[in-house]
Design a protein around this ligand. Structure first.
Ligand code: HEM
Length: 501
């Protein structure tokens, strides 16, 4: 029997354990439900519609290229699952059986080993690396600068950059925030910042862009589920270039770490790298993920993870923010009126103003709800069989939230409309809603949330203090159409960026 037919039979047999779970339509050998994605230009809407039709008790099973995944669209069910200590893995519990560990170890040029860093790690490595990252990103800053000052410096550079634009010429918005957001992240992690035309910044941007594109490419799924394809055809779907990008990114991080080691002052950390190097210096426990060479290897991975998690997500959120301001001019004017009344025009908005700007805050919440930029969050994997709502999810199943159902489903009544007032109470104060979960929920919830919200608030309020965003052609607003990658990015659109007098 050849390898592909053996694999398809194995998948069909494996699916018996999944019989209690509702599933949409025909599940083909090898492809599973993958054809569903080939039939549509709107894969996210397609999965959401299937969820609405086929789900039972908040769950729906899909099989894509051999990987079983349970889609969860009920908030309480998701909350239980993502808080369950046995639903916190990213791969098979035994790293030797984990194809993801095999793939990534190979790409990073190491032997098969448990994955380091935060994104893909699990167990002790994950909890240790995550704990320090959460603490560092919530901290007050580095050296003499607070986190807010670091972001404000970048905002200032960005405002000056936009001021040079010709206001009568419409500008492309998709991509506009990429370099400033990358720059502020590079500043807090590696301690350097660049002018936007610096070739090094452009190079980092290019490498990360390629890296992120490869993560969501079909070849990643194939490499994970059917590694034998790549044993037979090592350069199938351009695999070698994926490996090269991965290795160059890791070696760029290693170079920065080596430079920091030479100039480290343990009493005065300059950035995330220094903070972790100090932890490594203090670690004597050989089993710790911060111990000596293991510590440096984990630092490389953690840095890659911070860039992967923190650059495209935040810049895409800001792109959606401008898109909604162009589509909803009366909302834009109300935010500007609130900023004028509370902050005025003689100083930039600061984080201390945030509690005094409830309408602006409600608009930011509505942008995150409607933009829904990470629509399936990040999958978790069950390490043991899980019983939930009377259904069973076998061990080593991917579990993905359907955030669209939670953030926009029928329970919102007008969930498809952009209406910031839904987050305001009768007296105009903020009325939070637990169903707004752009950063996911539970034990793996985004560790960069505080930092991301600081950036979102400071960039959003500062640009609206200085500029108004108008449609490229009067009366024609951009659509909510998107490209789906690691995040959901609006299709390219232009806006006239008009300075406010
Ligand atoms: C608006 C911006 C952002 C959004 C919408 C966002 C969203 C998310 C989501 C949905 C997850 C998956 C959580 C889970 O597995 O349950 C996640 C994980 C993660 N995010 Fe963010 N994120 C943002 C910004 C950031 C920033 C600024 C950083 C770092 C500087 C960051 C670093 C990470 C990391 C390292 C993880 C993996 C956590 C883990 O596996 O334990 N994110 N993020």
């Amino acid at each position: 029997m050849n390898i592909p037919s053996f694999t398809s039979i194995q998948n069909q047999v494996g699916r018996k354990e999944y019989n209690s779970l509702p599933s949409p339509g025909l599940c083909l050998p090898f492809l599973g439900h993958y054809t569903i994605f080939l039939e549509t230009t709107e894969p996210l809407k397609r999965v959401w519609n299937l969820y609405k039709k086929y789900s039972k008790k908040g769950l729906m099973l899909m099989t894509v290229l051999g990987q079983n995944m349970v889609i969860v669209g009920d908030f309480d069910t998701l909350k239980q699952l993502f808080n369950n200590p046995d639903v916190q893995n990213r791969g098979h519990g035994d790293y030797k059986k984990c194809q993801i560990a095999g793939k990534v170890s190979m790409e990073r040029g190491t032997k098969l080993q448990p994955l380091g860093g935060i994104f893909l790690s699990q167990g002790k490595i994950w909890s240790e690396q995550r704990r320090l990252t959460v603490k560092t990103l919530k901290d007050f800053g580095f050296g003499k600068s607070s986190m807010e000052e670091i972001i404000q410096d970048e905002v200032k550079q960005f405002i000056n950059y936009i001021k040079q634009f010709n206001p009568t010429e419409p500008r492309e918005i998709t991509g506009l925030f990429t370099l400033p957001i990358l720059n502020s992240l590079w500043k807090i992690t590696v301690g350097e910042s660049f002018a936007y035309d610096n070739p090094k910044l452009e190079k980092i941007h290019e490498m990360l862009g390629e890296f992120v594109k490869n993560i969501v490419h079909i070849s990643t799924f194939l490499e994970i589920m059917y590694p034998w394809i790549f044993d037979l055809f090592p350069n199938f779907l351009n695999r070698q270039s994926n490996i090269d990008i991965h290795k160059s990114l890791a070696s760029m991080m290693r170079e920065s770490i080596d430079q920091h080691r030479k100039t480290l002052d343990v009493n005065s950390p300059r950035d995330v790298i220094d903070t972790v190097l100090i932890e490594i210096e203090h670690t004597e426990d050989e089993s710790s993920s911060f111990y000596k060479e293991t510590g440096y290897a984990n630092l490389v991975n953690t840095l890659i993870d911070l860039f992967m998690g923190g650059s495209e997500t935040t810049s895409t959120t800001l792109t959606w923010a401008v898109l909604y301001m162009v589509r909803e001019p009366q909302v834009q004017r109300k935010v500007q009126a609130e900023l004028d009344a509370v902050v005025g025009s003689s100083r930039p908005p600061t984080l201390a103003d945030r509690p005094k700007l409830p309408y602006t805050e409600a608009v930011m919440m509505e942008i995150q709800r409607c933009g829904n930029i990470v629509p399936f969050a990040l999958y978790h994997m069950s390490s043991i069989p899980i019983e939930i709502n009377g259904l069973s999810i076998p061990a080593n199943t991917m579990i993905c939230p359907c955030i669209a159902e939670i953030q926009k489903g029928n329970h919102w009544k007008d969930g498809m409309s952009f209406r910031p007032e839904r987050f305001l109470d009768e007296s105009g104060g903020i009325k939070p809603n637990e169903l707004l979960i752009p950063f996911s929920i539970g034990k793996r919830r985004c560790p960069g949330e505080t930092f991301a919200m600081m950036e979102f608030f400071l960039f959003f309020t500062n640009i609206l203090q200085h500029f108004s965003f108008l449609p490229e052609v009067e009366g024609q607003v951009p659509t909510e159409e998107y490209f789906a990658g690691l995040t959901v990015i609006p299709k390219p659109f232009k806006s006239i960026i008009m300075p406010r007098t």
